[in-house]
Design a protein around this ligand. Structure first.
Ligand SMILES: C[S@@+](CC[C@H](N)C(=O)[O-])C[C@H]1O[C@@H](n2cnc3c(N)ncnc32)[C@H](O)[C@@H]1O
Length: 258
């Protein structure tokens, strides 16, 4: 498994599934927790779903991502000025105590050295600075997560040690690491549910390569495992019943207290 999951080939279709920008209501909720004109570092910013919205609210936003095509898509979307930096989140090219806020959205499950990334985030945040975390990768109770984890098991049984998502495995793990680093959990902003899709659609998205689950799985392994996955899924769930993916989205607001 490479050190990071490369989203470069996903730049043109990413917004179709995740939305181009966050809602104005959510952007406003984030904004009210920050000082006016705050400097925000959005790590793993992707196509700027969050960065573009916050830049539009007058913040000084620096979007960091190693996948340059994602950043290029972001630049095309933003009417407000914002800065793009191609870098790994665990090796940030910024001074200590230089940011008022750090954004981590839908990222930490993708990064093998996610604890190091959190240490870097703490280094660049000012004392009292705000870290926003959106997990966005579902909960073990959700059917689509069970299908994803079944896919992981099948790929592993076929010899792929870490087929996808080499990073954090749960939001609880992230929360515990942040507390150990001296962050205080201040608040939570509810952002509703993800888009409703059927498991049949979800399986098709896995098979077509739209989702990162197969990007590091050789074709012959996919060809043997994905029919088994579909069969398992059809035996366990109603694959034609739409459900939100994920069921809940929320943003946790942490303060750099240590
Ligand atoms: C699922 S997307 C999330 C994008 C954006 N944060 C959002 O919420 O829409 C994950 C992004 O993290 C980036 N990424 C992957 N590994 C990374 C790393 N080690 N450091 C920083 N960004 C990384 C990917 O290139 C991709 O753009």
């Amino acid at each position: 498994m490479p050190e990071r999951v490369d989203f470069s080939a996903n730049a043109k279709i990413y917004d179709h599934r995740h939305g181009a920008v966050i809602s104005d209501q959510l952007a406003q909720a984030l904004a009210t927790r920050l000082p006016r004109g705050a400097t925000i570092i959005d790590i793993g910013a992707g196509t700027g779903r969050v960065s573009v919205s916050l830049a539009g609210k007058g913040f000084q936003v620096v979007a960091v991502d190693p996948a340059v095509p994602m950043l290029q898509t972001m630049k095309q979307k933003s009417a407000a000025p914002l800065w793009a930096v191609a870098a790994e989140g665990s090796r940030l090219p910024f001074r200590r105590n230089s940011a008022d806020s750090v954004v981590l959205a839908r990222l930490l499950y993708l990064v093998a050295d996610w604890q190091r990334l959190l240490r870097e985030a703490k280094e660049i945040l000012k004392p009292g600075g705000i870290l926003f975390h959106e997990w966005g990768n579902g909960d073990a109770s959700e059917a689509w997560v069970q299908v994803r984890e079944r896919a992981r098991s099948l790929f592993q049984e076929a010899g792929i040690e870490i087929p996808f998502h080499p990073g954090a495995r749960s939001e609880g793990e992230v929360d515990s690491c942040l507390r150990d680093l001296g962050f205080l959990r201040r608040d939570q902003i509810e952002a509703g549910a993800g888009p409703a899709i059927t498991l049949a659609d979800f399986l098709n998205m896995i098979q077509s390569g739209e989702l990162s689950y197969v990007w590091n799985v050789p074709k012959e392994v996919q060809d043997s495992c994905l029919p088994q996955l579909r069969c398992w899924c059809e035996g366990k769930f109603d694959v034609h019943q739409p459900a939100p993916v994920p069921a809940d989205l929320s943003w946790v607001v942490y303060e750099n207290a240590g």
